[in-house]
Design a protein around this ligand. Structure first.
Ligand SMILES: [Zn+2]
Ligand SMILES: [Zn+2]
Length: 279
C-alpha cells in the first residue's frame, strides 16, 4: 500500500495542484489515511494472513467464506479505531448499533454481502442491526481496504493471467475507482481497484463500467486548466470513470490514485451533473 497519508498531505498543500478537498474534510482524510496505513502495517506484520491459491481469486467470489476465524479476528481490530475516527469527525452520527453488530459477530455477513455486491442483503443487514446502510458501506470498505491490500501483497506470487477485458479487479473482484493512461499517444491504460488498490491493464478504448467498445458511445470530458485529468463517459451504460494522464517518463507506480480519487470530487460532481454515475 502506498503512503497515502504523506501523498495526501503533499497534494493538499501544493498550491495549484488542483486538489479540491473541502477544508473541513482535510483533517478527516488525514486521519483516515493514517488509520489505513496503521492497519495495513499491522496486518502485514501479523504473519497471520492466509496463503491463497489461484482458485481463490477473485476473493469476492467466496463472499463471507474468504474469512477464516483468524482473519475475522484480525479484521475486528480495525473496528474500534475506525468508528472512533468517524464519530470524532461526524458528531451527529449514531454509530453504536453498527459497532455493536460488527463486534457482535455480523462482520463476516456485512463483509460478505459487500464483497459479493449483494445490495439487497446489505440493506437487510443494516435494517436488522438498526444501522445506516451508507455508513455501513463506508465502514466495511475502509475495514476491508488495508486487509485486502495486505492480503494481495502477501500473495504477490500468485500469477494472474493478463486479460485486458477485466472490468473488475482480478484479485479481489471489486470495482475500479480510477483509471490512468501512461504516455499521451499510444500509452497503456490501467484500472485501479477501489478496494485492494491493485492495478491491472485494460483496453484503451472501452468503457471501464460496461465494456462497450463502440467509439460513438464513448466520450471524454476534460478541462484546459486540468490537463492531467479527464472523465471517461459512456453513453451505453451511463457510467463514468476518472482518468489520470501520466507523462510517458513519469513513474506510474509513484502516482497515488487512491489519493487522486479523494482530491478530485469536482470531476465526480461534473459527471453526476451531466447524468452519469459510478458503479
Ligand atoms: Zn482489488
Ligand atoms: Zn459503459
Amino acid at each position: 500500500m502506498q503512503n497515502h497519508a504523506s501523498h495526501f498531505r503533499d497534494r493538499v498543500k501544493k498550491a495549484g495542484s488542483g486538489a479540491a478537498v473541502p477544508a473541513e474534510m482535510v483533517e478527516f482524510y488525514d486521519g483516515l489515511f493514517d488509520y489505513l496505513q496503521k492497519q495495513h502495517a499491522f496486518y502485514s506484520a501479523s504473519g497471520l494472513l492466509p496463503t491463497l491459491q489461484p482458485h481463490d481469486l477473485p476473493v469476492a467470489d467466496k463472499g463471507k467464506h474468504i474469512f477464516s476465524e483468524q482473519s475475522l479476528r484480525l479484521l475486528a481490530s480495525g473496528i474500534e479505531p475506525l468508528i472512533r475516527l468517524m464519530a470524532a469527525h461526524h458528531p451527529g452520527m449514531t454509530l453504536e448499533p453498527l459497532r455493536g453488530a460488527l463486534e457482535g459477530g455480523a462482520l463476516s455477513d456485512f463483509a460478505g454481502a459487500f464483497l459479493t455486491k449483494d445490495a439487497g442483503l446489505l440493506e437487510r443487514l443494516a435494517l436488522t442491526h438498526k444501522a445506516d446502510r451508507d455508513q455501513a458501506v463506508f465502514i466495511i470498505t475502509n475495514l476491508l481496504k488495508p486487509f485486502l491490500a495486505a492480503l494481495r501483497e502477501a500473495n504477490a506470487g500468485l500469477v494472474i493471467q493478463p486479460d485486458e477485458s477485466r472490468r473488475l479487479c482480478p484479485f479481489c473482484g471489486h470495482y475500479p475507482d480510477m483509471a490512468a493512461i501512461v504516455g499521451v499517444r499510444d500509452g497503456k491504460r490501467f484500472l485501479h481497484c477501489s478496494l485492494c488498490e491493485n492495478r491491472w491493464p485494460y483496453r484503451r478504448i472501452a468503457c471501464a463500467v460496461c465494456g462497450c467498445e463502440d467509439a460513438d458511445k464513448l466520450e471524454f470530458l476534460s478541462r484546459e486548466e486540468y490537463p492531467r485529468y479527464r472523465i471517461d463517459l459512456c453513453h451505453a451504460c451511463g457510467g463514468y470513470i476518472k482518468t489520470m494522464r501520466l507523462d510517458k517518463f513519469e513513474d506510474a507506480d509513484a502516482c497515488d490514485l487512491a489519493v487522486e480519487n479523494i482530491c478530485t470530487p469536482h470531476f465526480d460532481a461534473a459527471a453526476l451533473q451531466a447524468g452519469f454515475r459510478r458503479p
